[in-house]
Design a protein around this ligand. Sequence first.
Ligand code: ADP
Ligand code: MG
Length: 696
Amino acid sequence: MKAKIDLSQTPCDQLKGVGAKTAERLARLGIHHVQDVLFHLPLRYQDRTRIHAMSELIPGEHVVIEGIVDSIATPKVGRTRLLCRLHDETGRVAIRFFYTNAFQRKQIEIGLKIRCYGEVRFGSEGLEMIHPEYHIITPETFFPNETNLTPIYPTTEGLSQLTWRKLTEQALNLLRQGALLHDILPEKILQNITFPSLHDALHFVHRPPIDAEINLLVEKKHVTQKRLVFEELLAHHLSLLHLKKSFQVQNAFSLEKKSDLAKHFLQSLSFTLTNAQQKVTAEISEDLSKQNPMLRLVQGDVGSGKTVVAALAILQAIENQFQSAILAPTELLAEQHFKTFQKWFAPLGLKVVLLSSQMKTAEKKSALSAIEDGSAHVAIGTHAIFQKTVSFKKLALIIVDEQHRFGVQQRAMLREKGVQNNFYPHQLIMTATPIPRTLAMSVYADLDYSVIDELPPGRTPVSTIVISNTRRDEVLKRIYEACSEGRQAYWVCTLIEESDLLQCQAAENTAKELETIFPDLKIALIHGRMKPAEKETVMSNFKNGKIQLLVATTVIEVGVDVPNASLMVIENAERLGLAQLHQLRGRVGRGAIASHCVLMYQAPLSHQAKERLAVMRETTDGFKIAQRDLELRGPGEVLGTRQTGEMALRIADLMRDSDLLNGVQQAAALLQKDHPETIQALINRWLGASAKYGHV
Ligand code: ADP
Ligand code: MG
């Protein structure tokens, strides 16, 4: 008797219709075995189970129609190359092609019966379908109605939906005939969850029955999809844990804790650390003393004081005669950090250098040589800091500040930065993006994780008002009052367009307008297109009070720290998301003075925008805002599509499926403990060739 075939070992070319060319195209998608075909899951579904009468068609619908060809035209002018008119007993529809081939032109003849699937539109011929999928119906090529919802697969050039349907059909048949596809998840895990079996789930998602709840399917919330989602999330989680483990066995310089410098530094500060800062500092210090690289994420709301924590980590490196690098997301923040660290470190006799992409050659040269000969203790810059021309003498610590969108791939790449003679630098990643804890533990499962869950004392929470821009005069009055009382203010301009240039122009116009209205106020402008030196001058003038009102684009979103600024006006606040509003508002309320944020909007407000502004008015707690953000926004958005995109999930969505994450984390722990042998198979099944970041 023939042994049962194992689909995870059966190459695709065993399937009918898979020649060398198709096999190669499949391979490009990471599909090598029949199992991979089964785990190539539909993106969406179409209902082709019913032939619609032409008289009942509604433009916009995707439907199947069947009719007789009445006329065929091959126009020589215009875009249309082939236009056929069809009729059935109830009405007429035209089908239109903008490109055709000789075969097609020969194949379609007057009097033939054609079945088409496509979107109904209204065009110059009345009801039309453009480039429908079609089959010619003859007595010999009888074509049954579809009995299932039709799956639509993600695909690439050269692989049609029809090919995918044929491939998955064969794979499902093999499965029905008893071919092996291991349910990798052990009983113990499956017991706890009421999911259908893997076989049933795969059959269902590839060929949902006509009566399947299509709404659930579309939203990927059907229980059979959940079964697959769970397994996929588990595979990803395990791959991140694997990544973490592989990093943990690398070498790093052990940085012992000696507290002289730290003590001096702390004494020089005008404040004492909060408990949360102390706790996180201790965690970091412990990590740094190990011989394996630290990889820790510090999450702390805006204004929670992450910079000091980073400074203490850097001092520990310096005490062990090592250099540190600070990686900032914007030039502006890099410049800010440079000032802060100079102020803190210069009195301790330590050298801090800035690397900016637009620095003068001589300046850059001297910064580079200080980094190279080791006289610079700290180097600060944007990603420019990791160009080939920069070589550190003894780098032991990298601080990554405020990376909002920091995907798995980027983290993997960063791990490789600064490696010298197989010694990896320790890494500290700091973020203010407050994402709920369960989610953080999944997205960042490859990192250790600390939270600064306390703000420094003496902060008065920012009070927020939401106001229509028809009341701009009142807002202007407020600005004037605040500035006259010796305080400072931000005026933030927003634009929907991604265009940096337009944003800057809008800010320029507003600055001019405000200068005309308030000739006696000192007003300045800052935006991303200014030269670093100009920005620096503006920022330092704002910081030391020479400027009263700073008109800005959203460049000031991260990191800017001017405690005397106590009023922020955000124009067209309805255009921004919650995370961005929260970040921006975090620029005020940094000192002891009561601060205010004015969210000015342009009516009418969408329901979502109204909700967002209400959330901002109600709370200043970043975690609460993140939670509401999660509820308000569609799948995948809170983390930034790029982040989830980088995880390249097939069916799961971290936000939509966040209810499964706890179970996933438990299951992962259980597999690691009791069934380590299953882990690689699970990762291979779901991440396949794309699991490249599994072995950096
Ligand atoms: P973020 O976490 O947003 O990066 P920063 O590190 O910029 O916050 O700190 C915000 C402000 O709070 C800075 O002016 C900083 O000097 C100040 N600060 C930090 N820690 C404390 C503390 N323990 N007590 C008082 N002020 C603090
Ligand atoms: Mg910061």
